[in-house]
Ligand binder design. Structure first.
Ligand code: PLP
Length: 814
């Protein structure tokens, strides 16, 4: 199939006809999207099949990226880009009188993730395919992805995300590849010669049905796979009479219970503690994924004791860490492998990424609950733990304290992060600072015990989506300026640096930013009826709403700036538009109050005619991948202001710099590395360092009341939160107020306030020097190549998975 313009026009009309039996003029953009999507998918499917065949024939080592979340967003445009047919498709559709961009905008986001962690998984899939790593995703096909956020009367309202309602063009259901996952019941071990036979009774069988989504590599003929599992009841002919017993109501209950497993993504950015459904989800997709991996492996005709030479499994955070026990179960119980051998293979296969040090997010399960749901897996974890504790005991000469501290099972809970560490050969953090904190604080015991396992892999983002797709004008300008090598070798963006001082080039970059800002201001005008001045500084904080990310600090500065302008209407500032976008977890009251605070401050300031356009505050609803793609190319100032030590890496920070934003940041997560990359003159750093924060926690010598009492600005602002100034009840923001004053401001908002205000003043002053600002912006773009996930994934492949790149010639496909 050769996709030239004439063929696309022909095939597109054919698709419309076969799908709808109507002429193009009778149909609308939704039909056009479906037709184009199907057309592209047909084309990709061939590549998927051929890539797979190549991998099998060459016994290519495969890596499977296990993740509870894949925040992939829209796929049509990124697939077209990676196939190299975006422009020709656009021309073909334009010839037919169809608005290409409108067709693209019809696609619903696949929002199967909460935020950074899920988006990272999606970027990794794109990069693995694009650099030629045989790597595939394994996850859950949630019927409802992350909720859709509406803002009503200033409050967040959650609407279920029914993304599958009209069907999903990119998936292929593969019922013949289904496997059965067993939940609950009891197990008996029957001695058989030297080994045991495991008998499962009264369990609930769940049919795991895979849906495959192709992952297209950039200009390299490779198509990998994202396999998402859906839970269904087993066929009637399967004998589950032992538990349903022909009882109609029981059968209905069974159906309901099974289907609930993949109904909905948990909308919390960290973990839902102790929720049995969440544990079911984890075991369900992990067991299904591993069973299908082993089934494929057996096709290679290789012995199981070589599994680790051909397979790597990566677990994205602790959520899938039950994979370690499940692989042991499959090898020992189902394949009769001796424990020691199975353990060696399992640890060689598995690698683990830790994503957070927030204590509330380190996953733990109550033993009682776990045992009931996964009786055999519990036994296996007990055995793993028994052997591990014995090793610790030996290593530390009988030091029971150490054993207690490190035991996987302790105080009737199972510490999944510990299981992940013990059962993997690699444990990585996601930014240099984060990895150091893991090694020296949170996981110090384990680092001392297994120093060789620990390593850093700083996160990354795919520059194809976050630059080429989201910012085509900037992409063209970069191509004109330094050529196109950077597309396959993103480090080549560095070549831009020599143009950073060239005023004619600076102007070109500035014009593109302005064009993008005009597009956004039109969008905001249409959707929110707010006038945004495209000449204002666009200052953006877009990320999940969380106390540690400190949207509140941003708001306090805005209020202070407003107060200063009221006192001194002639205050000389560049007009600034503060934009927020953030979803709050539905059960997270404080976070929801912060949204109401932002929208209340926006109402107050935007409606104060004496302020004019000197300050505008806008809350954009429903932050998602497609909104991020709109917003990031327009941004001048990227807000990365988490409490130092709390943000493991951040990836939003990388997307913004890649699009020429200047970052205002604490030295947290990957901000540290962004600063190293661009130099301290091209970023604005403020606030406590991670070690200062850790010291304050240790010494308990921070008292937020003192700051409140001594800083009249803070005193004034906090009073304004509670005295009707914001046209809400005096109690509206009591959680925020209490946290700052009576719960001693856990995230050091008041402590960092003064430094933040100064940093913001510095941004204002830097922006007044257009040439200087533009130079900073270009240097940021030029140094963003190291944050391409192509580099990140290449390091995973080299240093963790031990996998080489493959090169597929197009002939090899035929
Ligand atoms: C990149 C991204 C995130 C992560 O943002 P951080 O600033 O790193 O927390 C969250 N949500 C979406 C939609 C993203 O694209």
């Amino acid at each position: 199939m050769i996709l030239d313009k004439e063929f696309i026009k022909y095939a597109f009309k054919q698709k419309l006809m076969s799908l709808y039996a109507e002429d193009i003029s009778e149909l609308n953009k939704y039909h056009y999207f479906t037709a184009l999507g199907n057309l592209v998918k047909d084309y990709i499917s061939e590549g998927l099949m051929k890539t797979n065949k190549y991998y099998l024939n060459n016994r290519q080592k495969q890596v499977y990226y296990f993740s509870m979340e894949f925040l992939i967003g829209r796929l049509l445009e990124s697939n077209l880009i990676n196939l190299g047919i975006r422009d020709v498709c656009k021309e073909a559709l334009t010839d037919l009188g169809v608005d290409f961009n409108e067709v693209l905008s019809v696609e619903k986001d696949a929002g199967l993730g909460n935020g950074g962690l899920g988006r990272l998984a999606a970027c990794f899939l794109d990069s693995m395919a694009s650099i030629g790593i045989a790597g595939h995703g394994c996850g859950i096909r949630y019927k409802h992805g992350l909720f859709e956020q509406k803002i009503v009367n200033g409050y967040q309202v959650e609407v279920p995300d029914n993304w599958l309602k009209e069907g999903y063009v990119w998936e292929t259901r593969k019922p013949h590849k289904s496997v059965i996952v067993k939940l609950g019941g009891t197990v008996d071990l029957i001695k058989e010669n030297d080994s045991f036979k495991v008998i499962y009774k009264n369990y609930e069988p769940v049919l795991a049905v895979p849906y495959d989504i192709p992952v297209v590599g950039y200009d390299n003929n490779i198509v990998n796979n994202l396999r998402l599992w859906s839970a269904e009841t087993v066929d009637e002919d399967f004998d589950f009479s032992s538990f349903s017993n022909g009882d109609y109501l029981k059968a209905v209950e069974y159906k309901y219970s099974v289907e609930s497993i993949t109904q909905v993504l948990y909308p919390d950015d960290s973990n839902e503690k102790g929720k049995i459904l969440r544990l079911k989800q984890q075991y369900f997709f992990v067991s299904a994924g591993l069973q299908s991996i082993l089934r494929r492996y057996e096709k290679l005709g290789l012995p199981l004791n070589k599994l680790d030479e051909y397979i790597a499994v990566h677990i994205n955070d602790t959520h899938p860490s039950v994979a370690i026990a499940e692989l042991m179960r499959l090898l020992v119980d189902e394949k009769s492998m001796p424990w020691e051998e199975a353990w060696k293979i399992t640890t060689n296969v598995m690698a683990y990424t830790n994503h957070t040090i927030l204590a509330e997010a380190l996953e733990k399960w109550p033993v009682d609950m776990f045992k009931k749901l996964l009786p055999r897996i519990y036994m296996i974890i007990e055995e793993i733990n028994k052997r591990f504790c014995a090793e610790v005991f030996d290593e530390y000469n009988g030091n029971w304290n150490k054993v207690n501290e490190m035991s996987i099972i302790s105080n009737d809970t199972i510490r999944m992060a510990y299981l992940a560490i013990v059962g993997s050969h690699s444990v990585n953090g996601v930014a240099k600072l984060h990895t150091e904190i893991l090694k020296n604080q949170e996981l110090k015991n384990f680092y001392d015990f297994y120093p060789e396992k620990f390593n850093n892999k700083t996160n990354g983002i795919t520059h194809r989506r976050w630059l080429m797709e989201s910012n085509p004008k900037l992409t063209n300008l970069i191509n004109e300026t330094i050529g196109t090598d950077w597309i396959k070798h993103p480090l080549e963006l560095k070549k831009l640096e020599s143009f950073a001082h060239d005023s004619s080039i600076q102007d070109k970059f500035a014009n593109i930013k302005r064009d993008n800002k005009i597009t956004l201001s039109n969008y905001i005008k249409n959707k929110y009826n707010i006038n945004v001045n495209p000449n204002s500084i666009l200052d953006v904080q877009a990320k999940r709403l969380h106390a540690y990310k400190r949207q509140v600090l941003n708001v306090l500065n805005i209020l202070d700036l407003y107060n200063r302008l009221k006192e001194n209407p002639n205050l000389d500032i560049v007009p600034r538009t503060f934009i927020f976008a953030a979803k709050a977890s539905p059960g997270y009251h404080l976070a929801k109050q912060v949204i109401k605070l932002i929208t209340s401050v926006a109402d107050k300031i935007n409606n104060d005619t004496s302020i004019g356009d000197k300050i505008k505050v806008v809350f954009l609803e429903n932050y998602s991948v497609s909104l991020a793609e709109k917003l990031i190319p327009c941004t001048d100032v990227s807000e990365q202001i988490s409490t130092a030590s709390k943000e493991a890496s951040g990836t939003g920070n990388m997307k913004f710099m890649m699009n020429g934003a200047v970052t205002i940041a604490t030295l947290d997560g990957a901000n540290v590395e962004i600063k190293e990359a661009v130099g301290e003159d091209n970023i604005v750093i403020f606030g406590l360092t991670a070690s200062e924060v850790i010291e304050f926690y240790k010494n308990k010598n921070y008292h937020s009341r003192d700051i409140f009492n001594n800083d009249p600005r803070i005193n004034k602002i906090l009073t304004q939160l509670t005295n009707g100034f914001l046209n809400v009840s005096n109690y509206e923001f009591n959680d925020i107020y209490d946290n700052l004053l009576f719960k001693n401001d856990e995230y050091f908002v008041l402590k960092d306030f003064d430094a933040y205000v100064n940093a913001q003043n510095k941004i204002n002053q830097l922006y007044t020097d257009k040439a200087k600002w533009q130079k900073m912006s270009i240097i940021n773009i030029a140094n963003s190549g190291i944050f391409s996930s192509d580099n990140t994934v290449a390091k995973y492949a080299d240093e963790i998975w031990n996998i080489k790149k493959v090169y597929l010639k197009s002939q090899a496909l035929d």
